[in-house]
Design a protein around this ligand. Structure first.
Ligand code: IPM
Ligand code: MN
Length: 360
C-alpha cells in the first residue's frame, strides 16, 4: 500500500512523524507493508519550488493509493500572491483528485469532556459527522476575483454555485453513511435567501426518495450553528455545502474538547482518499514538541479503514489512543488537573507501543 505523505508546514511535520510511526506499528503488528514517501506541499513547497503544489507532488499523489496530509500555511506565506498561497495548493489537490466529500466526525470522548469550554452534560455523548461538499460552491465558483471600479476602489467577487449532479453525489454519501449509523440526516442550507441553496434542498429531497429508511430534516445554517451549541446530541449526519461545512465543522470540533483530536477524510470518485487532521498548522506552537498528534493518528485510522478496508487495524488505533488517554496522559490542549502532561513525541510513542505490545 503506497501512501504519499505530505507533512506541510508548522506542526505538520511533527504530528505526521508520529502518525507514520503508528502506521508502521500497525504494519508490523498485523503483517502489512506500507510504503510511506514524503513530498513537499504548502508553504514548504513554496520555499523550495515557488508553488504550493509542485508537479512532482501531483505525480506522487496520483500514483499513490492514499494521501496522508499534515497541515499547511502560516504567517511566513501571508504576503505571497493569492494565487500561490499554501491554501490554494490544498484546494487544487482536492479538485485534482476529485475529492468531493469531506467527512469530519466529531465524537466527544467522555474522559476529555472537561477539556471543553462547554458543559459536560451538553457534550458528553456527542457523536456526529459533518459531510462537507468539497470541490464546489463558493470555493470554486466563477466569476471570482478582484477588479478595479470606476471612481476608485475595487470590487471583490466570489460565486456560490451548485449543480444537480454535485448535490446528488454528496447527498448519496450522506445517506449511505447514515445507514451505517443512527439513520438521521440533517441537510443544512440557506434556502430562504440563496437560489443555490433552494436547489440544494430540492435535490436532497429528491435523492432521499431512494432512502426511505433514513430520516431527513433541514436547517438553515444560522439555526444549525445555534443548535450545535444548544443541543448537539440531536445530530447524526450533517450534510452541507463547502463553505457552511468549513464553518460548522470547526464549531463541531469544539464539542469534543479539542480540535487536536479530530481526524478527517476526503473521498471521491475513485478509491484514493486524502486523510488529514481537521486542525491547522498552528505555527505558534510549531517545533516545540507540544502539539497533539492524535487527530493525525486517528486520520491514519480513517485511512486504513476507508481506503484499505482494514477494520480491525483501525480499531486497534482507536483503542490504543483510548488506552493512553485512560492512563492519564495528555498533550497540553487536552490537559486537565490530575492528568500527566506529555509532548508530541511521547504521545505518539505511547500509542505505537500499545499497538506493538498487543495491548489492544
Ligand atoms: C479546512 C481549511 C481549509 C478550507 C483552508 C486552509 C483552505 O480551513 O480544511 O477546513 O477552508 O477548506
Ligand atoms: Mn476550515
Amino acid at each position: 500500500m503506497k501512501i504519499a505523505v505530505l507533512p506541510g508546514d508548522g506542526i505538520g511535520p511533527e504530528i505526521i512523524n508520529e502518525a507514520v510511526a503508528v502506521l508502521h506499528a500497525i504494519g508490523k503488528r498485523f503483517g502489512h507493508s506500507f510504503d510511506t514517501q514524503s513530498y513537499f506541499f504548502g508553504g514548504a513547497a513554496i520555499d523550495k519550488f515557488g508553488v504550493p503544489f509542485p508537479d512532482e507532488t501531483l505525480k506522487a499523489v496520483q500514483e499513490a493509493d492514499a494521501v496522508l496530509l499534515g497541515a499547511v500555511g502560516g504567517p511566513k506565506w501571508d504576503a505571497v500572491d493569492h494565487s500561490i498561497r499554501p491554501e490554494t495548493g490544498l484546494l487544487a489537490i482536492r479538485k485534482k483528485l476529485g475529492l468531493y466529500a469531506n467527512l469530519r466526525p466529531a465524537k466527544c470522548y467522555s474522559i476529555l469532556a472537561d477539556a471543553s469550554t462547554l458543559k459536560r452534560d451538553v457534550i458528553d455523548g456527542v457523536d456526529l459527522i459533518v459531510v462537507r461538499e468539497l470541490t464546489g460552491g463558493i470555493y470554486f465558483g466563477q466569476p471570482r476575483g478582484i477588479s478595479t471600479i470606476d471612481g476608485g476602489g475595487e470590487r471583490g467577487v466570489n460565486t456560490e454555485v451548485y449543480t444537480t449532479p454535485e448535490i446528488v453525489r454528496i447527498a448519496k454519501v450522506a445517506f449511505d453513511l447514515a445507514r451505517k449509523r443512527r439513520k438521521k440526516v440533517m441537510s443544512v442550507d440557506k434556502a430562504n435567501v440563496l437560489e443555490s441553496s433552494a436547489l440544494w434542498r430540492k435535490v436532497v429531497i429528491e435523492v432521499h426518495k431512494d432512502y426511505p429508511d433514513i430520516a431527513l430534516s433541514h436547517l438553515y445554517v444560522d439555526n444549525c450553528s445555534m443548535q450545535l451549541i444548544r443541543d448537539p446530541k440531536q445530530f447524526d449526519v450533517i450534510v452541507t455545502t463547502n463553505i457552511f461545512g468549513d464553518i460548522l465543522s470547526d464549531e463541531a470540533a469544539m464539542l469534543t474538547g479539542s480540535i487536536g483530536m479530530l481526524p478527517s477524510a476526503s473521498v471521491g470518485a475513485n478509491q484514493r482518499g486524502l486523510f488529514e487532521p481537521i486542525h491547522g498548522s498552528a505555527p505558534d506552537i510549531a517545533g516545540k514538541d507540544i502539539a497533539n498528534p492524535i487527530a493525525t493518528i486517528l486520520s491514519v485510522g480513517m485511512m486504513i479503514n476507508l481506503n484499505f478496508g482494514l477494520k480491525k487495524e483501525a480499531e486497534a488505533i482507536e483503542t490504543a489512543v483510548m488506552k493512553v488517554l485512560e492512563e492519564g496522559y495528555r498533550t497540553g490542549d487536552i490537559y486537565s488537573e490530575g492528568t500527566v502532561r506529555i509532548g508530541t513525541k511521547e504521545m505518539g510513542q505511547r500509542i505505537a507501543k500499545k499497538i506493538l505490545e498487543k495491548v489492544v
